[in-house]
Design a protein around this ligand. Structure first.
Ligand SMILES: Nc1ncnc2c1ncn2[C@@H]1O[C@H](COP(=O)(O)OP(=O)(O)OP(=O)(O)O)[C@@H](O)[C@H]1O
Ligand SMILES: [Mg+2]
Length: 377
């Protein structure tokens, strides 16, 4: 297996635009070598990006030539002159140093991209409970309420938003450094899935993940959005916690299935957001009652009502129940989300109702008073 040192040695043969060996330029992030796959980023001044693109390519080629390396992915991160637009707190430091710096600084209230009024996360402690399905249909529900909505797929390891919205192709670049979001069903969308090949294994870690996320947040021309819905990766570990701190969230929606075990994870998710002072907008019970497509009979495969009770217990709003229904699975998995493709159906109505509650929770509607919104202008 190739080592990090071997990779760095080979990178020393790559010259920066000013002729210096690449590792001497201070642009290199931590170099991650995992199972023969190598990932790192180069953080350079935005104005210098065109000059650095050949360097990025050369670095990739050099790394691929190291015996045992099966793939290399080198990302170029633009840093605006003067440091004002510094996108990642970890661009030039080791993960440990970055973690220390972050710890010392406390949770950093990042800024939302200009023009984006509110960012909400759709999260769960547990995988496979229907976060992405809920995120996409919630986004479409918010759009149906007349809002301008974006979707940011923060699941760097397993991006599923491109498939859920049937969006293919690569985003266009604007002026060489910024990306135009993709669009689907009237939503502006960005996902790491658009930027890398589907076969590229997702063993990004620590700083790589953060720089990918901050790039998708800050180096994309999101334009004017009332709400950006962020589809979070599963779990409540360090990576999720850092994300919750890095993205200026106005609130979080927790998705859970009704079983006790899933609810324990949902509770962890809620605790995580509370820890970083992000208001929990509520819980959605997904895969609630199963309605048999043949006989119309109802059965509670995973139980029923658990999430509502949990919401009451924790003092957070209950946003709604989405049934376990084959139609939801089929439409999601084929890129035809129910809210867009069957707007008059019962499922669409459920997601729109959830969207209304989320909007009201953000203070965008009438009804109850808005919770504190932790966005800094
Ligand atoms: N209410 C539902 N009824 C039927 N199938 C559903 C429902 N919600 C989600 N699914 C299906 O369950 C699977 C997992 O859903 P999804 O990908 O949205 O979960 P996730 O929580 O985002 O997963 P991951 O943790 O892997 O990101 C998908 O095949 C999806 O179509
Ligand atoms: Mg998902």
């Amino acid at each position: 297996m190739p080592s990090r040192e071997e990779v760095l040695e080979r990178l020393a043969q790559v010259k920066a635009p000013d002729g210096r060996p690449l590792p001497a330029t201070g642009t290199l992030s931590d170099v991650v070598v995992s199972d023969g796959k190598v990932f790192f980023s180069l953080t350079v001044d935005a104005a210098a990006v065109p000059a650095w693109e050949p360097v990025r390519k050369a670095a990739e080629a050099a790394v691929r030539s190291v015996p045992g390396v099966t793939s290399a992915l080198v990302a170029l991160t633009a840093e605006r002159a003067g440091g004002a637009g510094r996108t990642s707190p970890v661009g030039r430091t080791s993960p440990a140093a970055a973690a220390r710096a972050q710890h010392q600084a406390g949770p950093r209230p990042a800024q939302a991209p200009e023009g984006v009024k509110a960012i909400i996360a759709v999260a769960s402690g547990k995988g496979g409970v229907g976060k992405s399905t809920t995120a996409v249909n919630l986004a479409l529900g918010l759009r149906a309420l007349g809002l301008k909505v974006g979707v940011l797929d923060a699941d760097i390891y397993g991006p599923s938003v491109p498939k859920l919205l049937a969006i293919r192709g690569k985003p266009q670049t604007i002026g060489g450094t910024r990306l135009k979001p993709m669009s689907g069903y009237g939503l502006s969308v960005m996902s790491i899935g658009f930027l890398i090949e589907e076969e590229t294994p997702m063993i990004w870690r620590g700083p790589m993940v953060m720089s990918a996320l901050t790039q998708m947040l800050r180096e994309v021309e999101w334009g004017e959005l009332d709400v950006m819905v962020v589809d979070m990766p599963p779990g409540t570990g360090d990576a999720q916690l850092t994300m919750a701190q890095q993205v200026p969230l106005a609130g979080a929606v927790i998705v859970s299935t009704p079983q006790d075990l899933a609810l324990i994870d949902a509770r962890r998710g809620i605790a995580m957001f509370r820890r970083v002072n992000v208001p929990v907008l509520g819980i959605v019970e997904n895969m609630s009652t199963f309605v048999c497509p043949h006989c119309g009979g109802r059965s509670d495969i995973f139980g029923h009502g658990g999430a509502r009770r949990e919401a009451e217990r924790l003092g957070v709003p209950f946003l709604g129940e989405v049934p376990l229904d084959l139609a939801i699975r089929e439409t999601s998995d084929t890129g035809r989300p129910v809210v867009a493709t069957d707007p008059d159906g019962a499922h669409a109505a459920i997601f729109r109702r959830i969207a209304e509650r989320v909007r009201d929770g953000l203070g965008g509607g009438q009804g109850r008073p808005a919770p504190k919104i932790v966005i800094e202008a």
